[in-house]
Write a protein that binds this ligand. Structure first.
Ligand code: HEC
Length: 234
């Protein structure tokens, strides 16, 4: 009995060596691995790129009728992020947006915060709307650039009179010939960009017309931007 057990043990040991092949494989030969499932995980990684056929993972799931694209479900809010924008991409949503306040108006913007806001503006908007916000960025370049439509001059009276909510809605969904920037900018980043634009608008034009006051509904400016500007921007 004991003898038999010993034999089996010895046999499986020998088998194990035979399969793993990690003992003294020559040169670059990795040998063959025993139970590769244990080495190469078949787990679907959350937020990972799982659309791979190499190990058959994606195909495997699809065959089972599971269509997994790795994206969080709609409405998911990242930890620490602001709530998703709940207004819809239509005239009703746009109308409701008018009453939105920039949540950043209640905090004071550090120079560092404004620097980052400027960077976000320049990267995402400046290429069209211009680094001076005059609507003449490199993609437009007085009509000689590749973009087919004239970007809005963000320093004109019309743009100054738009509510913060309109800006947010436009960045989120785009408008007419302008596309959406929702995938490039998180909600809080959009508000920072708006804060930056407001600062520029306020700093530029003295006595920025009465339209500003009308659009001021719901966008109070709690002294968040430097004093000279805060009286200007709605
Ligand atoms: C690829 C070019 C392009 C980029 C980048 C771009 N815009 Fe625009 N934007 C336009 C064009 C073109 C219009 C004019 C749309 C129209 O009236 O047909 C416009 C219009 C606007 C308007 C006026 C909306 C209205 O209600 O009339 C605002 C505000 C605006 N853009 C803000 C931004 C902000 C903020 C960013 C950056 C997050 C940005 N845009 C990025 C091209 C661009």
């Amino acid at each position: 009995m004991l003898m038999k057990k010993l034999l089996i043990a010895a046999g499986s040991l020998a088998l194990g060596f035979g399969f793993t092949g990690c003992d003294g494989a020559e040169g670059n030969d990795p040998g063959s691995s025993y139970a590769p499932d244990m080495y190469y995980s078949r787990a679907v990684e959350t937020y990972g790129y799982n659309n791979i056929t190499e190990h058959g993972i994606y195909d495997h799931l699809a065959q089972k009728g599971i269509h997994y694209n790795g994206l969080p479900v709609p409405g998911t809010v990242a930890r620490g992020d602001m709530n998703s924008y709940y207004l819809t991409k239509d005239s009703t949503g746009l109308a409701s947006a008018q009453g939105l306040r920039n949540p950043l108006d209640t905090i004071s913007a550090s120079p560092k915060g404004m620097k980052e806001a400027e960077r976000l503006y320049l990267v995402n908007c400046g290429i069209c709307h211009g680094q001076n916000l005059d609507g003449n960025g490199p993609l437009w370049n007085n009509g000689n650039g590749p973009y087919p439509a004239a970007p809005r001059n963000l320093m004109d009276a019309y743009s100054k009179a738009l509510s913060d909510g309109q800006y947010f809605h436009v960045i989120t969904f785009g408008i007419r010939t302008m596309g959406s920037y929702a995938s490039q900018l998180r909600p809080d980043q959009r508000w920072w960009v708006i804060k930056y634009i407001r600062e520029k608008q306020g700093g530029g034009a003295a006595g920025a017309n009465s339209a500003d006051t009308t659009s001021a509904a719901g966008t109070g400016n709690a002294g968040a931007v430097p004093s000279t500007q805060s009286s200007q921007t709605n």
